[in-house]
Design a protein. Structure first.
Length: 254
């Protein structure tokens, strides 16, 4: 599930392969932008903002959001292309393919920041501000913690995996109100530390143990024993989509 760390890492890979190179192919497979051709333009940079990703080329900016299943596949050709491809960029022998992207649009570079102006401080960005993030988190004391953590206007980059892991390490139920958080600054700093530690990994680790099957405290572990106390992890999927699914230990989280 792509979250802020995955998008940051993806932007770093795109930068590594494409920055400074001239596009030799630009094939956009979204009807609204299918006639846009950026061939001949030089890729200036690739960067992330929360869960949003931008590739800036001249006066244009390719804006994408991975949503639940999207990804960018980058490397020396051939990189496989199938019906899920939404955009294909090539620069000589380098090919970058945006697959199953939830959002793909071409924006004016000078105004591409408008689409992310509503976001809170970026956990992996230069604008990171723990004081503002903590204030945003506590703005509505009755709001459930999980709902507040997943709101990108509070702070940008947290998805469902980190939401559940943060609730566990903080000892709070996802459904508890934010007023139950004794130290909101500590909560947002923990969030930043988690994403920062995983920004170069594809497989997240919040436990400190990177061995297979040992990386996470509660997420995806319904019915398994809590790593701390041995109680079985509980699970709830209220909307059936997986976007708000909750995992928790009924002993460690109160």
């Amino acid at each position: 599930m792509p979250e802020g760390d995955t998008v940051w890492h993806t932007a770093a890979i795109l930068r590594q392969y494409l920055a400074g190179r001239t596009l030799t192919r630009c094939d956009i497979r979204v009807p609204r932008f299918a006639t846009v051709d950026l061939t001949g333009g030089v890729v200036d940079e690739a960067l992330s903002r929360g869960k949003h990703l931008f590739i800036r080329i001249g006066a244009a900016s390719i804006h994408s959001h991975l949503k639940m299943d999207g990804s960018w596949r980058v490397g020396d050709r051939p990189v496989r292309v199938d019906h899920r491809a939404r955009i294909i960029l090539e620069a000589g022998t380098i090919r970058a393919i945006g697959v199953d992207l939830g959002v793909l649009e071409i924006l004016e570079r000078d105004h591409d920041g408008d689409v992310v102006a509503h976001l809170g401080p970026d956990l992996l960005g230069e604008d990171w501000d723990p004081k503002l993030a903590a204030a945003n988190l506590m703005a509505d004391p009755d709001r459930p913690i999980a709902e507040a953590l997943l709101d990108q206007r509070v702070m940008a980059g947290i998805g469902n995996v980190y939401c559940n892991e943060l609730c566990f390490v903080s000892g709070q139920l996802p459904t508890a109100p934010v007023s139950a958080i004794a130290d909101p600054r500590r909560m947002v700093l923990r969030a930043r530390d988690m994403l920062w530690a995983n920004r170069f990994r594809w497989n997240r680790c919040t436990t400190g143990d990177t061995r297979a099957g040992r990386q996470l405290w509660v997420y995806g572990r319904a019915g398994q024993r809590c790593r701390r106390c041995g109680t079985r992890i509980e699970y709830r999927n209220p909307d059936g989509t997986g976007e708000r699914v909750a995992y928790w230990c009924p002993t460690c989280q109160r």
